[in-house]
Ligand binder design. Structure first.
Ligand SMILES: Nc1nc2c(ncn2[C@@H]2O[C@H](COP(=O)(O)OP(=O)(O)OP(=O)(O)O)[C@@H](O)[C@H]2O)c(=O)[nH]1
Ligand SMILES: [Mg+2]
Length: 298
């Protein structure tokens, strides 16, 4: 490819929890690299997704949902999201069709106004909302700031995402690629493995358990056509440990099976997972524990 035409840029995806930011990232990449769940506050640290299409390289940053933090982990998540915006060339501010702007979103908008960056209002989940209600959402949000454009999408059905790709590249000025053309993420393999395991815990457990879970990879061995992983799941209470393990170990078995299926498809080889559950009380408020689990600025 002719070097002169190459363009590359950073695009931050921001919004309140659960609006579909990670689903949108995965849809644009055509590959699942950021975990998704029905529960809010799924994403805990920014995830970079890379898409190289013809002479354009998009570097998307999926961020943790902005919320009012109640723990040190929450503080970290919110700071992490705002930091990702500061280095971007364009911002996708994702909201949900039929929802009214809330206090958190008004705060995000204030920060975005001050950033001076081009901001696109992305209205997601249009597949489950009516056309009239979508008009109302546009009327509710668009006067709040001077958005570069308003793009209704369905991340789940991958509808409207091509418009985003066409639009944001106008703001790219770097005349080279930052990453190899076939790279989809800069996350280490261990990180992908621990996130996929955490996603299955989010899917299979309820209430406070998912919010208090962290996963560490103790061992990650690659042999010819097999990856062998030993992971530790940390939860905050002994009763939570019992629930994660489940009756006769049923739940932990399902967590392992679902995670293995996803990781086999991602890595393209056989995967073996050995899971251990441990208790670490109130780790979400402990600086050292949160740091050990990778939730720290340094
Ligand atoms: N119907 C519908 N559901 C969607 C769409 N996009 C996302 N969802 C669902 O919304 C839920 C939240 O999706 P996520 O992608 O995890 O949301 P998020 O904004 O990354 O959430 P946090 O990481 O917690 O901030 C999941 O159950 C998704 O399947 C969409 O376009 N349509
Ligand atoms: Mg997310």
């Amino acid at each position: 490819m002719d070097n002169e035409n190459k363009k590359c840029g950073f695009v931050a995806i921001i919004g309140r929890p659960n609006v579909g930011k990670s689903t949108l990232l995965n849809a644009m990449l055509g590959e699942k690299i950021s975990i998704v769940s029905k529960k809010p506050q799924t994403t805990r640290t920014s995830v970079t997704g890379i898409l190289t299409k013809d002479d354009t390289q998009y570097i998307f940053i999926d961020t943790p949902g902005i919320h009012k933090p109640r723990t040190r982990l929450g503080d970290y998540m919110v700071k992490n999201a705002y930091t990702s915006v500061s280095g971007a060339d364009a911002v996708l501010f994702v909201v949900e069709a039929e929802c009214k702007p809330n206090q958190t979103e008004l705060q995000i908008i204030e920060k975005l106004k001050n950033s001076g960056l081009p901001v696109y209002l992305i209205i997601n989940k249009t597949d489950i909302k009516s056309k009239e209600k979508l008009g109302q959402t546009i009327l509710d949000y668009s006067p709040l700031m001077d958005f570069t454009d308003v793009i209704p999408i369905s991340a789940l059905k991958n509808e409207g995402t091509d418009i985003i790709l066409d639009e944001v590249k106008r703001h790219f000025s770097e005349p080279r690629f930052f990453f190899p053309e076939d790279m989809v993420t800069d996350q280490p393999e261990r990180m992908i493995a621990s996130e996929v395991i955490r996603e299955k815990i989010l899917r299979l457990t309820d209430d406070e358990i998912p919010h208090g879970v962290a996963v560490t990879i103790e061992d990650f061995k690659e042999k010819k056509d097999l990856i062998s992983i030993r992971a530790e799941i940390f939860c905050e209470k002994a009763s939570h440990k019992g629930i994660i393990i489940g009756k006769n170990g049923e739940t932990i078995k399902r967590i392992g099976t679902y995670a293995r299926e996803d990781l086999e498809s991602f890595f393209g080889c056989r995967v073996f997972i050995d899971l251990w559950v441990k208790v670490k009380k109130n780790w979400r408020d402990s600086v050292s524990a949160a740091k050990n689990f990778g939730y720290s600025e340094d």
